[in-house]
Design a protein around this ligand. Sequence first.
Ligand SMILES: O=C(CO)[C@H](O)[C@H](O)COP(=O)(O)O
Length: 149
Amino acid sequence: MRVHIATDHAAFELKNHLVDRLRAAGYDVVDHGAHTYEALDDYPPLIIPCAEAVAGEPGALGIVLGGSGNGEQIAANKVRGIRAALAYKPELAELARQHNDANIVALGGRMQSFDEAYAIVETFLTTPFSGDERHQRRIDQLAAYEARA
Ligand SMILES: O=C(CO)[C@H](O)[C@H](O)COP(=O)(O)O
């Protein structure tokens, strides 16, 4: 599976950790940066290209990281076709896939350990969308709004 990942400075080390660990687990990881630690970098120009890559590749999933993950989730959700969910424990990542068919998970690098973050990401990447009619109906309503906007 192709996995796109991006971060700002606030989760730079976590991003590198996840890239290494996901590649070791067999995922095809595209690292959209940040590629160097810059304490004053801004998340929108780092996160939006990652979200665009996910939106342009059906079946791919994404991971966006920051200090809290809030701004990164917001930035990703500005991209047409993206359903980004902020998750701070595996159960949220699981629900984001099962109920929302989320294609990006946002994490706060300052909110959990590397192992906890990996558990959230692994859950997100391995949980399928339920396909239940009620969930698909709601996703279709969001897509219809997005198409009008
Ligand atoms: O999580 C984030 C946005 O939601 C950013 O990573 C966070 O705001 C960066 O903070 P600072 O510039 O103080 O290091």
